[in-house]
Design a protein around this ligand. Structure first.
Ligand SMILES: Nc1ncnc2c1ncn2[C@@H]1O[C@H](COP(=O)(O)OP(=O)(O)OP(=O)(O)O)[C@@H](O)[C@H]1O
Length: 600
């Protein structure tokens, strides 16, 4: 029940519906139990005595009961479905909001398919139980209490004999629950894995096909599918044992009633009407007892679902706002960034060397910082820290002199636009993709941003121009076209700090140079970080940082770095093999060379 206590905030505010669903069903059940009493009156007081004048009133009473019972059932059904839908609506919103709140570190290990199944199948499980199953469960309890209470009133000795089956039935049902619960948990996880493999396969379909790995993917899916199917067979086995056991015990009580009751009628210890009434009551009680398994099944499933939902909802958020965080005034922000002896290690790589160590950088307002380095040298990590994708491990990172951990996350991220290595596009129009960060932007502003990102020409050539809907993640566009749309999206935001994380890699040199020109125009007085593998992308930077395995190996302007032996000069030599003149004009700075040794 802890699980349902944990989920209380989602359904407790709908107490009236919860009550309506439970009490409506209880009223309908109680009214159902009146029939056997009417039958008893009909037999004992009318038929056996030959007095038929009250039959009409009895029939009218029965009709009245039918009507009230129908109304009670309607109230129960209506309230149950309202409760279920409202609570599922709230849970979906809460889970989605939680997914927005969770930090980058959560997504480093999260599996999309698993999250999808939590937001769909698991919420559905809870909706089914709290909307319908709970009322059914309580109804069964009421039925047993009221029903046996009435039977007790008719013939307490016979009732005591029959009531013995209840603990036996409960024992079987509880055993069933214990067996079925772990299987249900594994079924839910198997569904998550199945969804994940479908989702990954669709996302990576190009890789799969180009490597001709379809058979491998089919096998991989089969393994998950087999597991899912085996778990279902396991469940079917539990069911198959449960039903006959329940049926045997329940029918045994009917046999007992018929034999002992019949004997008591013959002996004159009870009337025929009492026996008929008790027999029909037992039928009413036993019917839902058979379905106790379904109800428990429903309960168990929703308990497993509830556990998975609570696990998501209670996920700790790694990066969050401090209690008294500072909300930035957008107009007043200058964009002066400082890294002071910053070190950082990913939580999932505790045993590995730091991704960034002793990183110092002063980027005054309006400066352009270039970051160069081999793959995995920590470039994206450095700018990720600036976004507070992760909090720095040691040292500090400030914006306009304030440690970014003291700033409200939203207002910090509002000042920064980043174009990631992989340009993600939403499956909507190009126009909406560009204006994602500024939904209120006018068409003129959108076109202006696209022009600056050298995207306007190709967009106009598309059949629907800016209204062209791009496929999922930008399918249907070339890598360079996607990058230009992502750059336009960042430009439109007019940020105080712009980060281009290797985001011009798919562009030809000429287009890149044109975008660099736009950059100078857009980012006048604003701070820009350019991460690139190409020297041509960052040669005009005010300071270039050369990273090597998380540490700063070299720093300075292009001309200075060219004169130093090291990674930068080496990279230049490889990239401009056809233009060695500049290297010749930049003789080695012997002192600097002696000071700095680049390791790789
Ligand atoms: N989310 C993550 N979780 C764990 N380790 C990570 C994560 N992201 C990066 N790393 C590791 O941190 C180190 C630095 O990675 P980073 O992405 O900053 O390199 P990079 O210089 O941007 O590389 P590239 O040029 O290939 O993009 C690498 O060893 C990488 O494997």
């Amino acid at each position: 029940m802890d699980i349902f206590r944990g989920l209380k905030s989602f359904y407790w505010q709908d107490k009236p519906f919860l009550l309506g669903s439970v009490l409506g069903l209880a009223a309908a059940t109680a009214l159902g139990l009146v029939y056997p009493l009417l039958l008893r009156t009909l037999i004992d007081d009318m038929i056996l005595k030959g007095k038929y004048e009250g039959v009409l009133q009895l029939a009218l009473l029965a009709v009245g009961i039918v009507i009230v019972k129908a109304i009670s059932q309607f109230v129960s059904g209506f309230s149950g479905s309202r409760l279920g839908n409202r609570l599922a609506y709230r849970m979906r919103n809460a889970c989605y909001a939680k997914l927005q709140e969770l930090s980058f570190s959560f997504y480093d290990t999260a599996r999309t398919g698993d999250l999808m199944s939590r937001l769909t199948a698991d919420i559905e499980g809870i909706r089914q139980f709290l909307g319908f199953g709970l009322a059914q469960l309580l109804n069964t309890v009421f039925l047993v209490l009221f029903g046996f209470g009435m039977m007790f009133f008719l013939d307490w000795k016979l009732t005591l004999l029959i009531v013995i089956i209840i603990p036996v039935l409960c024992f079987v049902a509880i055993r069933f629950e214990q067996q079925i619960h772990p299987v249900f948990r594994s079924i839910r996880s198997a569904v998550g894995r199945l969804t994940t493999s479908v989702q990954e396969n669709v996302t990576g379909v190009r890789t799969v096909k180009s490597f001709a790995r379809e058979p491998f993917e089919v096998d991989k899916f089969s393994v998950n599918n087999t597991e899912y199917s085996e778990r279902n067979v396991e469940i079917a086995g539990v069911w198959a044992r449960y039903f006959p056991a329940m049926e045997f015990i329940a029918n045994f009580s009917v046999v007992l009633l018929t034999v002992v009751g019949g004997w008591r009628v013959i002996e004159g210890q009870m009337t025929l009407g009492d026996l008929v009434a008790m027999s029909s009551m037992l039928g009413i009680i036993v019917a839902p007892l058979w379905t106790l398994g379904f109800i428990i099944n429903n309960y168990t499933m929703s308990k497993a679902s509830g556990e998975r939902l609570l696990e998501l909802l209670n996920q700790p958020v790694a990066v969050r706002n401090e209690e008294s965080c500072l909300i930035l005034d957008d107009e007043a922000v200058k964009g002066h960034i400082r890294f002071d002896d910053v070190s950082f290690r990913y939580a999932s790589r505790e045993d590995q060397p730091s991704a960034l160590a002793g990183f110092d950088l002063d980027a005054p307002q309006g400066s352009v910082i270039g970051i160069l380095g081999g793959t995995g040298s920590g470039k994206s990590t450095a700018v990720g820290l600036l976004l507070r994708a992760y909090d720095v491990g040691e040292g500090s990172l400030t914006l306009d002199g304030v440690d970014i951990r003291h700033l409200e996350l939203q207002s910090l991220r509002r000042q920064i636009s980043i174009v990631f290595q992989e340009s993600f596009l939403f499956s909507t129009t190009i126009k909406e993709n560009i204006s994602y960060g500024v939904p209120e932007a006018t068409m003129e502003e959108i076109v202006e941003a696209a022009k600056l990102a050298m995207a306007d020409d190709f967009i106009r050539e598309l059949p629907q121009g800016y209204d062209t809907i791009v496929g999922e993640r930008g399918m249907g566009l070339s890598g360079g076209q996607k990058q230009r749309i992502a750059i336009a999206r960042a430009f439109l935001r007019n940020p105080k700090v712009l980060i281009l994380d290797d985001s011009t890699s798919a562009l030809d040199m000429e287009t890149e140079q044109e975008i660099q020109q736009s950059l100078r125009q857009v980012m006048k007085g604003r701070t820009t970080f350019i991460i690139a593998h190409r020297i041509s992308s960052l040669r005009h930077a005010d300071e270039i940082i050369v990273l090597d395995r998380g540490r700063i190996a070299q720093r300075g302007k292009h001309e200075k770095l060219l004169r130093q032996p090291g990674l930068y000069r080496e990279t230049y030599r490889i990239q401009f093999a056809d233009r060695p003149e500049e290297l010749d004009q930049a003789p080695l700075d012997a002192a600097a060379g002696a000071e700095r040794r680049v390791t790789g």
